[in-house]
Design a protein around this ligand. Structure first.
Ligand SMILES: *Cc1c(COP(=O)(O)O)cnc(C)c1O
Length: 380
Protein backbone atom coordinates (compact mmCIF):
# COMPACT_ATOMS: atom_id res chain seq x y z
CA UNK A 1 0.00 0.00 0.00
CA UNK A 2 1.45 3.41 -0.87
CA UNK A 3 1.51 6.17 1.73
CA UNK A 4 -0.37 9.22 0.55
CA UNK A 5 0.01 12.63 2.14
CA UNK A 6 -3.09 12.43 4.34
CA UNK A 7 -4.84 15.76 4.70
CA UNK A 8 -8.31 14.68 5.69
CA UNK A 9 -10.13 15.82 8.84
CA UNK A 10 -9.23 12.51 10.45
CA UNK A 11 -7.49 10.19 10.30
CA UNK A 12 -4.45 12.44 10.41
CA UNK A 13 -0.77 11.62 9.93
CA UNK A 14 0.94 9.71 12.74
CA UNK A 15 4.34 10.73 14.06
CA UNK A 16 7.15 8.19 14.05
CA UNK A 17 7.44 7.89 17.83
CA UNK A 18 3.76 6.96 18.00
CA UNK A 19 4.19 4.31 15.33
CA UNK A 20 7.22 2.92 17.14
CA UNK A 21 5.44 2.83 20.49
CA UNK A 22 2.91 0.51 18.90
CA UNK A 23 5.71 -1.86 17.98
CA UNK A 24 7.08 -2.23 21.52
CA UNK A 25 7.02 -5.54 23.30
CA UNK A 26 3.77 -6.10 25.19
CA UNK A 27 2.53 -7.93 28.25
CA UNK A 28 -0.75 -9.60 29.21
CA UNK A 29 -2.88 -6.56 30.06
CA UNK A 30 -5.41 -8.60 32.04
CA UNK A 31 -2.89 -10.27 34.33
CA UNK A 32 0.08 -7.93 34.54
CA UNK A 33 -0.73 -5.52 37.34
CA UNK A 34 1.69 -2.94 35.96
CA UNK A 35 -0.58 -2.46 33.00
CA UNK A 36 -3.39 -1.32 35.33
CA UNK A 37 -1.09 1.44 36.54
CA UNK A 38 -0.11 2.36 33.01
CA UNK A 39 -3.75 2.50 31.94
CA UNK A 40 -4.77 4.53 35.01
CA UNK A 41 -1.89 6.97 34.56
CA UNK A 42 -2.83 7.42 30.90
CA UNK A 43 -6.44 8.11 31.88
CA UNK A 44 -5.23 10.67 34.43
CA UNK A 45 -3.16 12.38 31.75
CA UNK A 46 -6.30 12.55 29.65
CA UNK A 47 -7.94 14.23 32.62
CA UNK A 48 -5.24 16.91 32.50
CA UNK A 49 -5.68 17.23 28.75
CA UNK A 50 -9.43 17.73 29.19
CA UNK A 51 -9.12 19.96 32.27
CA UNK A 52 -11.16 17.62 34.42
CA UNK A 53 -11.09 15.71 37.68
CA UNK A 54 -13.65 13.31 36.28
CA UNK A 55 -12.90 9.67 35.62
CA UNK A 56 -11.62 8.86 32.15
CA UNK A 57 -11.90 5.56 30.30
CA UNK A 58 -10.19 4.47 27.10
CA UNK A 59 -12.27 1.99 25.13
CA UNK A 60 -11.28 -0.30 22.31
CA UNK A 61 -13.21 1.00 19.35
CA UNK A 62 -13.26 4.03 17.11
CA UNK A 63 -14.93 7.35 18.07
CA UNK A 64 -18.39 6.14 17.16
CA UNK A 65 -18.16 3.65 20.03
CA UNK A 66 -17.85 6.61 22.39
CA UNK A 67 -21.08 8.15 21.08
CA UNK A 68 -22.93 4.87 21.31
CA UNK A 69 -21.53 3.98 24.75
CA UNK A 70 -22.66 7.33 26.18
CA UNK A 71 -26.18 6.91 24.79
CA UNK A 72 -26.42 3.21 25.66
CA UNK A 73 -25.34 3.83 29.24
CA UNK A 74 -27.64 6.77 29.91
CA UNK A 75 -30.78 5.96 27.94
CA UNK A 76 -33.72 4.02 29.32
CA UNK A 77 -36.94 3.31 27.52
CA UNK A 78 -39.05 6.46 27.29
CA UNK A 79 -36.31 8.88 28.39
CA UNK A 80 -36.58 12.24 26.71
CA UNK A 81 -33.26 13.34 25.23
CA UNK A 82 -32.49 16.69 23.66
CA UNK A 83 -30.54 16.23 20.44
CA UNK A 84 -28.91 19.51 19.48
CA UNK A 85 -28.50 19.46 15.74
CA UNK A 86 -26.64 21.88 13.53
CA UNK A 87 -24.83 19.23 11.52
CA UNK A 88 -24.70 15.64 10.36
CA UNK A 89 -23.07 14.19 13.49
CA UNK A 90 -25.35 16.31 15.66
CA UNK A 91 -28.43 14.86 14.03
CA UNK A 92 -26.95 11.35 14.01
CA UNK A 93 -26.85 11.26 17.82
CA UNK A 94 -30.61 10.89 17.68
CA UNK A 95 -30.26 7.42 16.12
CA UNK A 96 -28.33 6.14 19.14
CA UNK A 97 -30.92 7.64 21.47
CA UNK A 98 -33.84 5.90 19.75
CA UNK A 99 -31.89 2.66 19.30
CA UNK A 100 -31.76 2.35 23.10
CA UNK A 101 -35.43 3.21 23.55
CA UNK A 102 -35.19 6.94 24.22
CA UNK A 103 -37.32 9.69 22.74
CA UNK A 104 -35.13 12.04 20.73
CA UNK A 105 -36.35 15.63 20.70
CA UNK A 106 -34.42 17.68 18.17
CA UNK A 107 -33.36 21.25 18.61
CA UNK A 108 -32.36 22.25 15.08
CA UNK A 109 -30.70 25.41 13.90
CA UNK A 110 -28.99 26.92 10.88
CA UNK A 111 -26.26 24.52 9.80
CA UNK A 112 -24.00 27.30 8.58
CA UNK A 113 -23.70 28.80 12.06
CA UNK A 114 -22.93 27.80 15.61
CA UNK A 115 -25.88 27.02 17.89
CA UNK A 116 -27.47 30.36 18.85
CA UNK A 117 -27.30 30.34 22.65
CA UNK A 118 -30.06 32.87 23.26
CA UNK A 119 -32.49 30.95 21.09
CA UNK A 120 -31.61 27.70 22.77
CA UNK A 121 -32.22 29.41 26.09
CA UNK A 122 -35.68 30.51 24.95
CA UNK A 123 -36.41 26.96 23.79
CA UNK A 124 -35.39 25.57 27.19
CA UNK A 125 -37.64 28.07 28.98
CA UNK A 126 -40.59 26.28 27.40
CA UNK A 127 -39.29 22.71 27.63
CA UNK A 128 -36.39 21.48 29.70
CA UNK A 129 -37.65 18.08 30.77
CA UNK A 130 -34.73 16.09 29.37
CA UNK A 131 -32.56 13.47 31.00
CA UNK A 132 -29.57 14.53 28.95
CA UNK A 133 -28.63 16.50 25.86
CA UNK A 134 -26.22 15.64 23.08
CA UNK A 135 -24.14 18.17 21.23
CA UNK A 136 -21.21 18.06 18.84
CA UNK A 137 -18.24 20.33 19.48
CA UNK A 138 -16.92 20.49 15.90
CA UNK A 139 -19.34 18.98 13.41
CA UNK A 140 -16.71 17.84 10.93
CA UNK A 141 -18.66 17.49 7.66
CA UNK A 142 -19.34 21.26 7.70
CA UNK A 143 -16.60 22.44 10.07
CA UNK A 144 -18.93 24.33 12.42
CA UNK A 145 -17.77 24.82 16.01
CA UNK A 146 -20.27 25.13 18.86
CA UNK A 147 -19.82 27.32 21.91
CA UNK A 148 -19.77 24.70 24.64
CA UNK A 149 -18.54 27.21 27.22
CA UNK A 150 -22.02 28.76 27.22
CA UNK A 151 -24.22 25.89 26.11
CA UNK A 152 -23.18 23.18 28.56
CA UNK A 153 -23.51 25.31 31.73
CA UNK A 154 -26.90 26.47 30.45
CA UNK A 155 -28.11 22.88 30.02
CA UNK A 156 -26.69 21.86 33.38
CA UNK A 157 -28.49 24.76 35.09
CA UNK A 158 -31.72 23.18 33.86
CA UNK A 159 -30.73 19.83 35.37
CA UNK A 160 -29.88 18.32 31.99
CA UNK A 161 -26.81 16.10 31.71
CA UNK A 162 -24.55 16.87 28.76
CA UNK A 163 -22.93 14.46 26.32
CA UNK A 164 -20.38 16.11 24.05
CA UNK A 165 -18.85 14.64 20.91
CA UNK A 166 -15.52 16.46 20.72
CA UNK A 167 -13.91 13.86 18.47
CA UNK A 168 -12.86 16.43 15.87
CA UNK A 169 -12.13 19.28 18.27
CA UNK A 170 -10.32 18.22 21.45
CA UNK A 171 -6.61 18.89 21.16
CA UNK A 172 -7.22 21.47 18.45
CA UNK A 173 -9.47 23.97 20.20
CA UNK A 174 -10.09 24.75 23.85
CA UNK A 175 -12.09 22.24 25.87
CA UNK A 176 -12.59 22.70 29.62
CA UNK A 177 -14.68 19.85 30.87
CA UNK A 178 -15.06 20.86 34.53
CA UNK A 179 -15.39 24.61 34.02
CA UNK A 180 -17.99 24.02 31.31
CA UNK A 181 -19.91 21.38 33.26
CA UNK A 182 -19.64 18.60 30.71
CA UNK A 183 -20.84 15.24 32.03
CA UNK A 184 -19.49 13.07 29.24
CA UNK A 185 -16.88 14.40 26.82
CA UNK A 186 -15.63 11.96 24.24
CA UNK A 187 -12.92 11.84 21.62
CA UNK A 188 -11.19 9.52 19.16
CA UNK A 189 -7.56 8.62 18.58
CA UNK A 190 -7.38 9.49 14.88
CA UNK A 191 -8.17 13.21 14.88
CA UNK A 192 -6.16 15.88 16.74
CA UNK A 193 -4.39 13.26 18.86
CA UNK A 194 -2.81 11.99 15.65
CA UNK A 195 -2.71 8.33 16.62
CA UNK A 196 -4.17 5.65 14.35
CA UNK A 197 -7.92 4.99 14.45
CA UNK A 198 -9.16 2.40 16.92
CA UNK A 199 -9.65 4.01 20.32
CA UNK A 200 -12.21 6.27 21.94
CA UNK A 201 -11.92 7.96 25.33
CA UNK A 202 -14.54 9.51 27.56
CA UNK A 203 -14.54 11.59 30.71
CA UNK A 204 -17.47 10.65 32.90
CA UNK A 205 -18.77 12.85 35.73
CA UNK A 206 -20.18 11.68 39.05
CA UNK A 207 -23.62 12.86 37.96
CA UNK A 208 -23.36 10.73 34.84
CA UNK A 209 -22.29 7.67 36.86
CA UNK A 210 -25.15 8.33 39.29
CA UNK A 211 -27.65 8.52 36.44
CA UNK A 212 -26.41 5.15 35.19
CA UNK A 213 -26.71 3.64 38.66
CA UNK A 214 -30.20 5.04 39.14
CA UNK A 215 -31.53 3.18 36.11
CA UNK A 216 -34.48 0.90 36.65
CA UNK A 217 -33.44 -1.36 33.80
CA UNK A 218 -29.97 -2.70 33.06
CA UNK A 219 -27.81 -1.20 30.32
CA UNK A 220 -28.65 -3.12 27.17
CA UNK A 221 -25.08 -3.65 26.03
CA UNK A 222 -21.80 -5.06 27.28
CA UNK A 223 -19.22 -3.31 25.10
CA UNK A 224 -21.08 0.00 25.42
CA UNK A 225 -21.63 -0.26 29.16
CA UNK A 226 -19.65 2.51 30.87
CA UNK A 227 -20.73 1.44 34.34
CA UNK A 228 -18.90 -1.90 34.17
CA UNK A 229 -15.66 0.05 34.27
CA UNK A 230 -16.37 2.00 37.38
CA UNK A 231 -14.04 0.09 39.70
CA UNK A 232 -11.72 -1.60 37.23
CA UNK A 233 -8.61 -0.42 39.07
CA UNK A 234 -9.60 -1.53 42.58
CA UNK A 235 -10.87 -4.82 41.21
CA UNK A 236 -7.95 -5.26 38.80
CA UNK A 237 -10.41 -6.29 36.19
CA UNK A 238 -11.07 -5.10 32.64
CA UNK A 239 -14.30 -6.09 30.90
CA UNK A 240 -12.26 -7.37 27.96
CA UNK A 241 -8.59 -7.63 27.03
CA UNK A 242 -7.27 -4.14 26.40
CA UNK A 243 -5.64 -3.38 23.03
CA UNK A 244 -2.32 -2.72 24.66
CA UNK A 245 -0.36 -1.64 21.57
CA UNK A 246 -3.03 0.87 20.58
CA UNK A 247 -2.98 2.31 24.08
CA UNK A 248 0.83 2.53 24.10
CA UNK A 249 0.67 4.46 20.84
CA UNK A 250 -2.06 6.73 22.12
CA UNK A 251 -0.09 7.47 25.27
CA UNK A 252 2.91 8.53 23.18
CA UNK A 253 0.65 10.76 21.07
CA UNK A 254 -0.81 12.37 24.19
CA UNK A 255 2.70 12.89 25.58
CA UNK A 256 3.66 14.62 22.32
CA UNK A 257 0.88 17.14 22.90
CA UNK A 258 1.62 17.66 26.57
CA UNK A 259 5.34 18.14 25.83
CA UNK A 260 4.58 20.84 23.30
CA UNK A 261 2.16 22.35 25.82
CA UNK A 262 -1.58 22.23 25.31
CA UNK A 263 -1.88 26.01 25.02
CA UNK A 264 0.85 26.09 22.39
CA UNK A 265 -0.86 23.31 20.45
CA UNK A 266 -4.15 25.19 20.47
CA UNK A 267 -2.44 28.44 19.46
CA UNK A 268 -0.75 26.60 16.58
CA UNK A 269 -4.14 25.34 15.34
CA UNK A 270 -5.67 28.78 15.61
CA UNK A 271 -2.95 30.49 13.63
CA UNK A 272 -2.85 27.84 10.90
CA UNK A 273 -6.64 27.82 10.64
CA UNK A 274 -6.96 31.59 10.38
CA UNK A 275 -4.27 31.78 7.72
CA UNK A 276 -5.87 28.94 5.76
CA UNK A 277 -9.32 30.55 5.85
CA UNK A 278 -7.85 33.86 4.74
CA UNK A 279 -5.92 32.24 1.88
CA UNK A 280 -9.08 30.43 0.72
CA UNK A 281 -11.20 33.57 0.88
CA UNK A 282 -8.70 35.83 -0.82
CA UNK A 283 -8.51 33.29 -3.65
CA UNK A 284 -12.19 34.02 -4.30
CA UNK A 285 -13.43 30.75 -2.82
CA UNK A 286 -16.29 30.68 -0.36
CA UNK A 287 -16.06 29.20 3.12
CA UNK A 288 -19.06 26.98 3.81
CA UNK A 289 -19.53 28.14 7.40
CA UNK A 290 -20.64 31.72 7.91
CA UNK A 291 -19.98 31.97 11.60
CA UNK A 292 -18.41 29.60 14.15
CA UNK A 293 -15.41 28.15 12.28
CA UNK A 294 -13.53 25.29 13.84
CA UNK A 295 -9.76 25.66 13.85
CA UNK A 296 -9.36 21.98 13.03
CA UNK A 297 -10.84 21.89 9.53
CA UNK A 298 -11.48 24.35 6.70
CA UNK A 299 -14.49 23.65 4.51
CA UNK A 300 -14.97 25.58 1.30
CA UNK A 301 -17.55 25.41 -1.47
CA UNK A 302 -16.48 23.92 -4.77
CA UNK A 303 -16.51 26.52 -7.54
CA UNK A 304 -18.97 25.74 -10.35
CA UNK A 305 -16.36 24.65 -12.87
CA UNK A 306 -14.73 22.10 -10.55
CA UNK A 307 -16.10 18.67 -9.68
CA UNK A 308 -15.25 16.97 -6.41
CA UNK A 309 -14.06 13.68 -7.87
CA UNK A 310 -11.88 15.40 -10.47
CA UNK A 311 -10.23 17.63 -7.92
CA UNK A 312 -9.62 14.82 -5.43
CA UNK A 313 -8.36 12.57 -8.22
CA UNK A 314 -5.98 15.18 -9.58
CA UNK A 315 -4.60 15.99 -6.14
CA UNK A 316 -3.96 12.30 -5.57
CA UNK A 317 -2.52 11.43 -8.98
CA UNK A 318 -0.34 14.46 -9.37
CA UNK A 319 0.61 15.32 -5.78
CA UNK A 320 -0.15 12.20 -3.75
CA UNK A 321 -2.46 14.23 -1.51
CA UNK A 322 -5.51 12.62 0.02
CA UNK A 323 -8.11 15.26 0.70
CA UNK A 324 -11.80 14.90 1.59
CA UNK A 325 -15.06 16.01 0.10
CA UNK A 326 -18.02 15.61 2.42
CA UNK A 327 -21.13 13.48 2.65
CA UNK A 328 -24.92 13.51 2.96
CA UNK A 329 -26.37 16.91 1.92
CA UNK A 330 -22.86 18.29 1.42
CA UNK A 331 -21.71 15.61 -1.00
CA UNK A 332 -20.16 17.09 -4.12
CA UNK A 333 -20.58 20.63 -2.77
CA UNK A 334 -17.54 21.19 -0.57
CA UNK A 335 -13.91 20.26 0.00
CA UNK A 336 -12.40 19.85 3.44
CA UNK A 337 -8.81 20.56 4.43
CA UNK A 338 -8.07 18.83 7.72
CA UNK A 339 -5.46 20.80 9.57
CA UNK A 340 -5.67 18.96 12.84
CA UNK A 341 -3.03 17.50 15.12
CA UNK A 342 0.20 16.73 13.28
CA UNK A 343 -1.32 18.33 10.20
CA UNK A 344 -1.68 21.77 11.74
CA UNK A 345 1.75 22.39 10.34
CA UNK A 346 3.19 25.24 8.29
CA UNK A 347 5.34 23.25 5.85
CA UNK A 348 2.62 20.74 5.14
CA UNK A 349 -0.01 23.38 4.48
CA UNK A 350 2.25 25.19 2.07
CA UNK A 351 2.46 22.00 0.03
CA UNK A 352 -1.29 21.37 0.22
CA UNK A 353 -2.19 24.93 -0.79
CA UNK A 354 0.33 24.92 -3.61
CA UNK A 355 -1.11 21.67 -4.93
CA UNK A 356 -4.67 22.91 -4.47
CA UNK A 357 -3.84 26.08 -6.40
CA UNK A 358 -2.33 24.14 -9.32
CA UNK A 359 -5.19 21.63 -9.34
CA UNK A 360 -7.90 24.29 -9.34
CA UNK A 361 -6.13 26.11 -12.18
CA UNK A 362 -5.83 22.88 -14.14
CA UNK A 363 -9.55 22.23 -13.71
CA UNK A 364 -10.56 25.72 -14.86
CA UNK A 365 -10.82 27.85 -11.75
CA UNK A 366 -8.29 30.63 -11.42
CA UNK A 367 -7.69 31.71 -7.82
CA UNK A 368 -7.48 35.49 -7.48
CA UNK A 369 -4.24 35.30 -5.50
CA UNK A 370 -1.46 32.84 -4.91
CA UNK A 371 -2.86 30.94 -1.94
CA UNK A 372 0.56 29.96 -0.59
CA UNK A 373 1.73 33.54 -0.59
CA UNK A 374 -1.46 34.72 0.98
CA UNK A 375 -1.21 31.97 3.62
CA UNK A 376 2.36 32.94 4.45
CA UNK A 377 1.43 36.59 4.63
CA UNK A 378 -1.07 35.80 7.39
CA UNK A 379 1.33 33.44 9.15
CA UNK A 380 3.84 36.25 9.77
C1 LIG B 1 -14.54 11.51 13.06
C2 LIG B 1 -15.69 11.81 13.91
C3 LIG B 1 -16.35 10.80 14.60
C4 LIG B 1 -15.98 9.37 14.42
O1 LIG B 1 -16.61 8.98 13.26
P1 LIG B 1 -16.04 8.26 11.98
O2 LIG B 1 -16.95 8.70 10.89
O3 LIG B 1 -16.13 6.82 12.23
O4 LIG B 1 -14.62 8.71 11.78
C5 LIG B 1 -17.39 11.17 15.42
N1 LIG B 1 -17.77 12.46 15.56
C6 LIG B 1 -17.15 13.45 14.90
C7 LIG B 1 -17.63 14.85 15.08
C8 LIG B 1 -16.09 13.16 14.05
O5 LIG B 1 -15.48 14.13 13.38
Amino acid sequence: MKSPFVYTPGPTSVRENVRLARAMETTNPDLDLEFYDFYKETCEKFGEFLHTENEVRILSGEGILGLEAACASLTEKGDRVLVIDNGIFGEGFGDFVTMYGGEAVYYRSDRKREIPVEELKAFLEKDSDFKYATIVHCDTPSGVLNNLAEICPLLKSKGILTVVDSVAAMGGVELKVDEWNIDIALGGSQKCLSAPAGLTFLSISKDAFNAMKARKTPIASYYCNLLIWEHYYENKWFPYTMPISDIMGLREALDNIMKEGLDNVIARHKKIAEATRKAIESAGLKLYIEQGHSDTVTVFELPEEVHEEELKGYLMDKYNILIAGSFDYLKGKVIRIGHMGENANLEKLIYVLMALQKSLEYLGFNPKVDMCESFLEYMK
